[in-house]
Write a protein that binds this ligand. Structure first.
Ligand code: PEP
Ligand code: MG
Length: 757
C-alpha cells in the first residue's frame, strides 16, 4: 500500500505525540495511544514498541496491529530475530520481505506472518540502546529514507519516556529495564579504598528537554549560527601561535575541524529539524546515532575519534542551550563519585573534598598528577574504566573498589551488602594498622627506617599523628597555588607554611619549592601550550626564569620557619648549577630579612630532588652541594624509561621493579653512602609494601608516601630481615643471565619469609 505524502507527516505526528506525553494517562495507556498514533500517521498496519530489560531481553510493551495478547509476553533476546538484531547493532533495518531475512524469527503469538514489509529503528539515548520501534505493512515495499528518519525521530520521544522511568510502573515485578541495569566495569585500581555513593559526571551531559520545534526554518538558522561560532572558535584555536604545528593537540583540533565542516553531519541534523526536532534535539539525535554505532568499534584509534566527535557535539549543544555548568557545588550529593574521561589535577581540587567518595577515570595512569592528588585526598580511584561515562547517569548509585579496580554501577542489593561487609573488614584492618602507630618502624634485624608522609594541603595534616609517620617527607607547595583563584601573596604563603609547621607539632616538614608547569596547571599563570610539557618549562626551570615568584616563596618559607628548622628541596634539578642559582637567591633573601630585623630559621636543610637522569652523572657534585637528596621516582622512572607517566598505554609497560630501574636506584644509594648524604625517596613506589621492601633491600633507610600507606609499609618491614634481602637482591641485580624477573623474586622472598606485602 502506498504511503501518504510524509513531508508534513513527522511534524504532525510529533505534535500529536507531544500532546499525548502531556496528558494525564497511565503509562500503558499512553504507550498504546502512541503506537496507534504512529501507525495511523505512517499509514502502517502495525506499530510496536519493544523495551530492553536488564536481563538482555526485548519485551513487547505495546502494539497496534499485532495480537494484543502478545503484549508483555513476546520476548526476544538481544541479537535474536529482527528486533534483537536492530538492538544489538543499533542500526535500522528496512526490509520489503521480512520473512526472507536470515535473522527473522517467527513468534506465533503475535500473528505477524501476514506482514511483509518491516521497518525497525533502535530507541537510543546517549548512544545506549533502550529498545526498538517497529512499523510493518502487509504489502511488500521498501520504506523511503525520509520515513526511516521520521521513525528514528519518533523513537527519540519514546527514549525520553523510558528515561524518565515512567515505564517502571508497567514492568513485571522482579524485572528491571536496561536503563537501570547494574553494570560492573573492570578497570585498574589506582588508589585503594572502597567508596559507596552516587555518580557525578565531571562533564555533565546537556539534557535537552525541549524536543519539538514550532518552526523548522528558524531552528535551521539557529543551528547554522551555532555551527558558525563553533567553527570560528576551532579555527581561532588552530591559528593561535602557541598551538604547535604538529602533535596531539593539533591533531585533535584538526579532527574537530573536520567534523565541524562535515556536510553529512550537518545534513543529518537539518533533516532531523525538518522532521520536527529543535536544533538541540537534532544535535543530540545525530550524536546518539553516531555514538551508538561507533561504540561498537574496537579500533582504539577510531574510538578515540568517537571521543572527539562526542566532545564536538557537546560543544555544539552547549552553544545552543547556553549550558556550561559543572556539577560542583549545589546539587552535588554528599557522597559523590566523580566520573570523567580524563581530568587535570586542578580540576579535582575544585570539588569539595568532604563530599568525594571516589574518582573514576576512563583514561589516566597511576602516577598521573590527578591520581596523586586523589591519593593525597585519600579517595579511591579506578582508572581505565572503559565506557563508564557513557553508561552512567548523574545520580546513579555506584560503588568504587580501588583495591580490585572494579566499578559497580547501579549495584543490586546483594553486591551492596557484600561491599558494606568489605568496608567493615577494611575498617578492622585499618584498626590493626592504627595499632601499629606507636610501634617503631624497625626491621627484624634492627634497621630503623624513617617512614614519612607526603602532603600538600592543610587537610592532610591530621593524618600525620594518625598515621604515626616520622614527619612530612614531601610537601607539594604547588597545591596551594593550584586551588587558589589568584596567585597567593607573600603573606598568604607565609601564613600557610606557618600553619603547616605548627600543625606538624615539631616533626620535620620538607617543603618542595613550586613544581608547576607540565600538567600542574595554575590557571592565573599564563604559560604557553607546549608540545612536550613534561620536558618543558616547569618546576625549577620556570622558577629560575621568574625569580620574583621564587623569591617570594623563599621569603615566605624563611619567615614561616623563624627560630625553627627549615627543610626545603628543589624539584626537577637537571644541573648542579641550578642549585647554585637558587642558593644565591636564598642568600639574598636571608640578607634582606636580617637587614629588616626578622628572625631567621635556626637551621637550614637544603636538598634536591633526583628526578632527571642527567643527575646520575653528577651524583658526587650534587651530593657535595646539598644537605640531602630525595628521589622523585615517578619522574625519574618516566624519564629513564622515556614513558609518559600520565599515558596509560605506556606508563605500565615497564616495571619499576625491573632490573634497569633498581640498578639506577642502587647507584644512587651507593653514591649517598660514599658522600654520607642523607637519602630518601618520595615517589609513589614508596607506598606499596612490595616496592618499599625492595627499596629497603637496596639500602634506603627513609621513604615518604601517602599517609594511608604508612601502616601497611610498617607492617611489612617489621617482619623483614633487611640484610638478607640486600644479599638476595644484589645477587639478582648482578646476575648477567637472570632467569627470574626481580618482581617475582621479591614476591617469593616475601612469601617464604611471611612478610605481608
Ligand atoms: C616524583 O616525581 O616522584 C615526585 C614525588 O614528584 P611529583 O609526583 O609531584 O612530580
Ligand atoms: Mg616529580
Amino acid at each position: 500500500m502506498p504511503m501518504r505524502d510524509l513531508s508534513a507527516g513527522p511534524r504532525v505526528l510529533l505534535r500529536r505525540l507531544r500532546e499525548l506525553m502531556a496528558e494525564p494517562l497511565d503509562p500503558q495507556e499512553r504507550l498504546d495511544r502512541i503506537v496507534r498514533q504512529i501507525a495511523s500517521n505512517m499509514v502502517a498496519e502495525v506499530c510496536s514498541v519493544y523495551v530492553l530489560r536488564s536481563d538482555g531481553v526485548l519485551e513487547l510493551y505495546a502494539t497496534e496491529g499485532l495480537n494484543p495478547e502478545a503484549v508483555h509476553l513476546s520476548q526476544l533476546k538481544m541479537g535474536q530475530g529482527l528486533v534483537g538484531t536492530i538492538a544489538a547493532s543499533a542500526q535500522p533495518l528496512n526490509l520489503s520481505d521480512a520473512q526472507a531475512h536470515p535473522a527473522f524469527r517467527y513468534l506465533p503469538e503475535t500473528g505477524e506472518e501476514i506482514y511483509h514489509s518491516f521497518l525497525g529503528v533502535p530507541i537510543l539515548r546517549a548512544g545506549r540502546t533502550l529498545g526498538v520501534l517497529v512499523v510493518q505493512n502487509k504489502a511488500s515495499r521498501t520504506y523511503r529514507e525520509d520515513e526511516v528518519e521520521a521513525l528514528e525521530t519518533t523513537a527519540m520521544v519514546i527514549a525520553e519516556m523510558i528515561a524518565t522511568g515512567e515505564l517502571k510502573k508497567i514492568t513485571k515485578p522482579g524485572l528491571e529495564l536496561d536503563l537501570t541495569r547494574p553494570v560492573t566495569i573492570e578497570g585498574d585500581g589506582y588508589n585503594e579504598g572502597i567508596g559507596l555513593g552516587h555518580v557525578i559526571l565531571h562533564e555533565p551531559r546537556v539534557v535537552v528537554t525541549n524536543l519539538l520545534n514550532e518552526d523548522a526554518e528558524s531552528e535551521v538558522r539557529r543551528l547554522a549560527e551555532a555551527l558558525g561560532s563553533l567553527r570560528i572558535s576551532i579555527d581561532d584555536m588552530l591559528s593561535r601561535r602557541d598551538v604547535a604545528t604538529e602533535g596531539e593537540h593539533r591533531e585533535v583540533l584538526e579532527t574537530y575541524r573536520m567534523f565541524a565542516y562535515d556536510q553529512g553531519w550537518v545534513r543529518r541534523m537539518e533533516e532531523a529539524i525538518h522532521n520536527g526536532l529543535t536544533a538541540e534535539a537534532a544535535v543530540e539525535k545525530v550524536q546518539s546515532d553516531t555514538k551508538a554505532r561507533m561504540m561498537r568499534l574496537t579500533d582504539p584509534y577510531l574510538r578515540e575519534r568517537m571521543h572527539d566527535f562526542d566532545d564536538l557535539a557537546n560543544r555544539l549543544l552547549r552553544q545552543l542551550t547556553g549550558f556550561s555548568g559543572r556539577s560542583i557545588g549545589e546539587g552535588m550529593p554528599a557522597d559523590a563519585i566523580i566520573f570523567a574521561r580524563a581530568m587535570g589535577a586542578a580540576e579535582l581540587l575544585d570539588y569539595p573534598r568532604e563530599r568525594l567518595r571516589g574518582l573514576v577515570l576512563e583514561d589516566g595512569a597511576v602516577t598521573s598528577h590527578v591520581v596523586i592528588v586523589a591519593r593525597a585526598m585519600g579517595i579511591p580511584v579506578v582508572g581505565q574504566a572503559v565506557g563508564a561515562v557513557a553508561l552512567a547517569e548523574n545520580g546513579d548509585a555506584a560503588i568504587i573498589d580501588g583495591d580490585d579496580g572494579q566499578l559497580h554501577l547501579r549495584p543490586v542489593s546483594d553486591v551492596l551488602k557484600a561491599y558494606e561487609e568489605k568496608v567493615r573488614l577494611r575498617a578492622r584492618r585499618q584498626e590493626q594498622f592504627r595499632a601499629l602507630r606507636d610501634v617503631d618502624p624497625v626491621t627484624k634485624d634492627g634497621k630503623r627506617i624513617s617512614l614519612m608522609m607526603n602532603a600538600g594541603l592543610i587537610v592532610d595534616l591530621p593524618h600525620l599523628p594518625e598515621s604515626g609517620a616520622d614527619g612530612i617527607g614531601l610537601f607539594r607547595t604547588e597545591l596551594q597555588f593550584m586551588i587558589a583563584s589568584t596567585m597567593p601573596k607573600l603573606e598568604e604563603q607565609e601564613a600557610f607554611y606557618r600553619n603547616v609547621i605548627r600543625q606538624a607539632g615539631g616533626l620535620p616538614v620538607t617543603f618542595r619549592a613550586l613544581d608547576i608547569g607540565g600538567d600542574k596547571v595554575v590557571s592565573y599563570f599564563r604559560a604557553h601550550e607546549e608540545e612536550n610539557p613534561a620536558l618543558g618549562w616547569r618546576a625549577i626551570r620556570l622558577s629560575l626564569d621568574r625569580p620574583g615568584l621564587l623569591r617570594t616563596q623563599l621569603r615566605a618559607l624563611l619567615r614561616a620557619s623563624a627560630d625553627a628548622e627549615l627543610r626545603m628541596m628543589l624539584p626537577m634539578v637537571t644541573e648542579v648549577a641550578e642549585i647554585h642559582a637558587v642558593r644565591d637567591l636564598l642568600q639574598k633573601e636571608v640578607q634582606h630579612l636580617s637587614k629588616f630585623g626578622h628572625s631567621l630559621p635556626r637551621k637550614l636543610q637544603f636538598g634536591a630532588m633526583l628526578e632527571v637522569p642527567a643527575l646520575m652523572w653528577q651524583l658526587d657534585e650534587l651530593m657535595a652541594e646539598v644537605d640531602f637528596v630525595s628521589v622523585g621516582s615517578n619522574d625519574l622512572f618516566q624519564f629513564s624509561m622515556a614513558a609518559d607517566r600520565g599515558n596509560a598505554r605506556v606508563s605500565d609497560r615497564f616495571d619499576m621493579l625491573g632490573r634497569p630501574f633498581l640498578r639506577i636506584l642502587r647507584d644512587i644509594v651507593r653514591a649517598a653512602e660514599r658522600n654520607k648524604t642523607p637519602l630518601t625517596l618520595c615517589g609513589e613506589m614508596a607506598g606499596k609494601p612490595l616496592s618499599a621492601m625492595a627499596l629497603i633491600g637496596l639500602g634506603f633507610r627513609s621513604v615518604s608516601m601517602a599517609p594511608t600507606s604508612v601502616g601497611p609499609v610498617k607492617a611489612m618491614l617489621l617482619s623483614l630481615d633487611a640484610d638478607r634481602l640486600t644479599e638476595t637482591l644484589n645477587a639478582a641485580l648482578d646476575d648477567r643471565q637472570p632467569r627470574e624477573p626481580v618482581r617475582e623474586l621479591l614476591m617469593r622472598f616475601a612469601a617464604e619469609n611471611g612478610i605481608p606485602v
